[in-house]
Each structure stands twice: as C-alpha cells, then as structure tokens.
Design a protein around this ligand. Structure first.
Ligand code: GRF
Length: 187
C-alpha cells in the first residue's frame, strides 16, 4: 500500500517508517517524501532512494496557492495514506478534500492535552507527571482529529524539553509505525 510522508524536521519518525517498510511482510511502501523546507530528514529518503519534493510556503504568492501546490505534489504520488511525521504546518482544505479520512498525524503529547506546536514544552510547563504521544486522524482543527493510538511517557524531575522530547520520540516512532501498519493492512 503506497504511503506519502510529510516532514519538516529531522525525520526520525520517517526513518522508523522506512525501516519497517524494508521488512518483506510490511503492508506499506513509502512512495515519496514531501517537506515544507530543506528538512534534514529528507536525507533518510535520499539514502533509501525515495523521491522527495520541497514545497515552500515562501515560493508561493499566498497560503491557498501553497495548499494547492502541496496537494498537487501529494496527489502525484497517488498514496492511499498520507502520514504527517513532524510536519509543522496545518494542512488546508485542498489536501483534506483530496485525502480526507486518509491523513494521520503524530503529536508529542497525550491529546486532547497540549495541542499545537509546543506540546512537549507546554506539558513540562504545566507540571504534568505523565505525557506521551498521540497518533490522530487529521481534520480541519489543530490536533483535534479522532485519536487512533496513544502511548504514555513519564516526566522526570530532571527533564528539559529536549530530554523529554527524545524519550517521547522513542515511544512515538513504534506507535506511528503500528498505526500505519494497521491502516494499510486493512485497506
Ligand atoms: C515529533 O515528536 C512530532 O510529533 C513532533 O515533532 C517531532 C518530529 O520529529 N511534532 P522527527 O522529525 O520525526 O524526528
């Protein structure tokens, strides 16, 4: 089952998906990776020989034009499932119209707590003792879609945003791989 992966960052979740896809029994194949910037995570795709494309907001006259360009880039890959793996932009109506119900996102907090761009920092600032990661179905809201899976991670007294995020990412990667496996095996 073909999947497209959208990233903005280091691509550790992408790397986990690519690793899983190498197993012969894996139900999905990563057919392309799209970023909204020169994300270092694109190197994982290059190393695996997977096509990449960068669709920058700044190269387009306005947000709707960027949304259309992003949707066109994803559509060219013709994926069954679109995986946002550390993609730090909200997807707009064109992508939702084309792939509604077939877009998943991973978020580094236990939603509905701490949505938005700083889920780790916000959880730490609030003083929660347990946080985690959530994989959700993407809808028009900010991290409001149906929750597909979650994993809990303890917050340590010594944690900084970085140390906590690293432990969340270690738990988040297998969670995301599991959900993508489940969704692509069923479809
Ligand atoms: C992940 O924790 C994701 O949930 C968050 O940013 C991180 C991206 O990490 N929004 P990576 O680019 O997959 O390494």
């Amino acid at each position: 089952t073909p999947i497209a992966v959208l990233i903005s960052g280091t691509g550790s979740n992408l790397a986990a998906l690519l690793g899983a896809a190498q197993e012969p029994s894996c139900p999905f194949a990563v057919v392309g990776v799209i970023a909204d910037r020169e994300a270092s995570g694109l190197d994982h795709a290059h190393a695996a020989g997977i096509p990449t494309e960068v669709v920058r907001l700044g190269d387009h006259p306005d947000r709707p034009a960027w949304d259309r360009a992003l949707t066109a880039a994803v559509s060219r890959l013709d994926p069954e499932l679109v995986v946002l793996a550390g993609f730090m932009k909200l997807v707009g109506p064109p992508l939702l119209a084309a792939f509604g119900g077939r877009i998943v996102n991973t978020h580094p907090a236990l939603l509905p707590a701490f949505p938005g761009a700083h889920g780790v920092r916000d959880a730490l600032a609030h003083g929660v003792k347990i946080t985690g990661a959530s994989v959700i179905e993407v809808d028009a809201g900010v991290d409001t879609g149906r929750i597909l899976a979650q994993v809990a991670v303890d917050v340590l007294d010594s944690d900084t945003e970085d140390t906590l995020h690293e432990r969340i990412k270690a738990a988040e990667q297998p969670l995301l791989v599991d959900v993508v496996r489940r969704l692509t095996a069923a479809g």
